[in-house]
Design a protein around this ligand. Structure first.
Ligand code: 5GP
Ligand code: MG
Length: 187
């Protein structure tokens, strides 16, 4: 059933809708199908680790499309303030699950420099996991400085600041149903 709610209009600080809600939903279907197939024969549940806060909506939508046994967990990291990277990663909240002996799929909102995922992959591999794979909703290839191996990518986007569908700018725009490009901000 189609929602009868109006789609929130673009505010003055947003340049355009980059990816609309229907497109995100269709791509999430495809990704879920691939993941269902790839993990069809594992023993025990797949541990999904959503990286807070940016991936909470993507995690919620993706996990509801999975038909394989899975457990949802979260981790909170911080490496950014505003739109400028501070270059270092801080672990703010660890997973509840013990990851040892488990297949883990990290769910990230966006791959920018790669600092966050590089840190997380190495951290999780050191916990004697059976496998560590990554899915990102968005990838900004122009910005990579760490060679991070991605297993699943939603959309490849240009080097612009995006908000919505979980992504924010200083906590603004996080719950927009679409992904929008922001005009460059001068703070
Ligand atoms: P990386 O560690 O790869 O440089 O950065 C990853 C993190 O930076 C993402 O998880 C996200 O929180 C933040 N980030 C990078 N680019 C964007 C963007 O365009 N919009 C938003 N809202 N966050 C971004
Ligand atoms: Mg993030």
């Amino acid at each position: 059933m189609e929602s009868s709610l109006a789609i929130p209009a673009l505010t003055k600080d947003l340049a355009r809708v980059l990816i609309d809600a229907d497109t995100i939903s269709r791509r999430t279907d495809e990704l879920a199908r691939e993941i269902n197939k790839a993990y069809a024969n594992i023993k025990g549940p797949l541990i999904l680790v959503g990286v807070l806060k940016g991936s909470f909506i993507f995690t919620a939508d993706l996990c509801r499309k999975l038909t394989i046994p899975h457990i949802v967990d979260f981790i909170a990291l911080s490496s950014y303030s505003g739109s400028n990277s501070t270059g270092n990663v801080r672990l703010l909240m660890d997973t509840r699950e013990n990851l040892e002996g488990k297949h883990v799929l990290i769910i990230e909102d966006i791959l920018d420099s790669g600092t966050t995922l590089d840190y997380l992959i190495r951290n999780f591999k050191s916990r004697k996991t059976l496998s560590v794979k990554t899915i990102v909703l968005l990838d900004k290839p122009e910005r990579h400085t760490f060679p991070v191996e991605l297993d699943y990518i939603g959309f490849t986007i240009p080097d612009v600041w995006v908000v919505g569908y979980g992504l924010d700018y200083n906590e603004k725009h996080r719950t927009l149903p679409y992904i929008a490009e922001m005009y460059p901000q001068t703070e």
